[in-house]
Design a protein around this ligand. Structure first.
Ligand code: NAP
Length: 427
């Protein structure tokens, strides 16, 4: 009898893991999704909807464009975008791609929505997982047994919400990026984004584009983002040290007045359905803690975590991790014992600690996906040249990088230009 595998979550990491595992017909795959539809972050534009399980998963906001081209680690070798899709686009095209993949792979019947996994335990005698699930619509509880589990619940939905001195006294709107739903709401407002990464730059610009009086960014990074085409209303400031009323003081002693503060301070890895001994304590870094080959639990070689690293490669890496899992389930690849896993994890961690900049990160993650492709005999997805071009273009123009066109790394097809430039797209 084939092995029973549970994939938890139906965002991109769950969808592509399911597709990869299902490429071997002997594996019995089931995907549980607690929301009422598949797609994870990308499902619908449910930006302000709290789901039946009491949490709004998606951190998407209206008007969001992807911040890297589809040719960079998104488009799969075995399922490609329609030829008329530009390199950069918005949520509907992504949903279409995800849904198209599910149909193309004929795996829709494997997905079960409104199924919230509430407990996962491992039985050392039977070497199987005991999984408890609640149907969020009927409130029925189900108990099932699986041989392998893939955790594919993402790590950009549980807000990392640090406290900033004096925040209780702030008189304006004070939110986390997870609760930012529409830049149009901040027209005429004075906005401050806290954080020095993708959300801070994108949300500040989104507010600027839709008419904020100004949108400042305060961060603790040593290096400025320093985009040469920052609009004059977008200013980088040193990290804040205090908030009092509407006045924010920064590390250099300067102050600013704000109506809105948005904490773009990232997200937490959160797996409430896992017991303490199997849980993963991890941050958004290139080498996730506690994982062998960046995807197998150090504690249990039948437990996989998909896409837990800080990501350059996304869909292509998720599918390759799924192919790798398939080979392990089929016993074609043997995962080493605990000490072997630990030794390799420590080596990965040392390599991760030596990475100096985004270019090192890109080449490191490229080596990882190349390794997965080689181990599994699947097609290479090396997009390092695309990533380097993308980084260079973005550093040159934060407002213009999305106007660029890239060639498919598989077919050489050049994506068409965007129909409307990002700066002019007010929808
Ligand atoms: P992130 O990349 O993990 O960055 C979190 C930021 O918060 C870092 O700059 C971090 O600074 C800062 N931070 C955390 N705690 C802090 C504290 N106590 N005080 C000051 N700063 C603090 O998270 P993100 O920017 O939300 O991005 C998450 C993911 O969403 C990324 O994969 C990104 O590509 C994606 N995203 C995509 C789009 C898009 O497609 N348009 C838009 C937004 C986000 P340190 O580095 O110093 O810790």
């Amino acid at each position: 009898m084939g092995k029973k595998v549970l994939v938890i979550g139906s965002g991109p990491s769950g969808i592509f893991t399911c597709g990869a595992l299902s490429s071997d017909k002997s594996i019995d795959v089931k995907v549980y999704e607690r929301a009422s539809q598949i797609g994870g972050q990308w499902a619908g534009l449910r930006t302000d909807l709290v789901e039946d399980y009491g949490h709004r998963h998606s951190s998407l906001y209206r008007g969001l464009w992807i911040n890297g081209p589809k040719e960079a680690g998104i488009e799969l070798p075995n399922y490609q975008f329609e030829k008329d899709i530009p390199s950069y686009f918005k949520q509907p095209q992504m949903v279409k791609y995800l849904e198209g993949y599910v149909d193309h792979m004929n795996i829709r019947q494997k997905f079960h929505v409104s199924m919230n996994v509430i407990k996962t335990e491992f039985n050392d005698t039977t070497n199987q997982f005991h999984v408890k699930t609640e149907n969020t619509a009927t409130k029925e509880i189900h108990d099932e047994i699986f041989d392998y589990v893939a955790v594919a619940t993402g790590h950009f939905s549980m807000a990392h919400d640090p406290h900033f001195k004096g925040e209780e006294s702030f008189k304006g709107k004070y939110i986390h990026a997870h609760d930012f739903i529409d830049g149009k709401l901040y027209k005429g407002q004075r906005v401050l984004c806290i954080g020095g990464s993708y959300s801070a730059e994108d949300i500040a610009l989104q507010c600027w584009k839709f008419g904020a009086e100004y949108a400042h960014i305060t961060h603790r990074s040593q290096k400025q983002l320093a985009y040469p085409d920052w609009p004059k209303e977008v200013l980088e400031r040193p990290i804040l040290t205090n908030i009092e009323g509407n006045t924010v003081t920064f590390k250099d002693g300067t102050t600013g007045e704000y109506d809105v503060i948005i904490k773009c301070t990232g997200y937490l890895h959160s797996f409430p359905f896992l017991p303490k001994e199997l849980n993963l304590k991890c941050r958004n870094v290139m080498v996730p803690s506690g994982l062998y080959n960046q995807c197998v639990s150090l504690q249990n070689s039948q437990l996989f975590f998909i896409g837990m690293q800080d990501q350059y490669y996304t869909f292509t890496m998720f599918q390759l991790q799924g192919f790798y899992m398939r080979e392990v389930v089929l016993n074609k690849i043997q995962v080493p014992d605990f000490s072997g896993r630990l030794a390799e994890y420590e080596a990965d961690r040392a390599e991760g600690a030596a990475l100096k900049d985004c270019y090192d990160d890109i080449h490191f993650q490229t080596r990882y996906v190349n390794k997965l492709a080689k181990l599994t005999g699947e097609q290479n997805v090396d997009a390092s040249e695309v990533f380097v071009r993308w980084e260079n273009q973005k550093h040159k123009s934060i407002c213009g990088f999305r106007n660029e066109q890239f060639r498919s790394i598989y077919t050489g097809h050049l994506a068409p230009p965007v129909p409307t430039k990002w700066t002019e797209d007010m929808s």
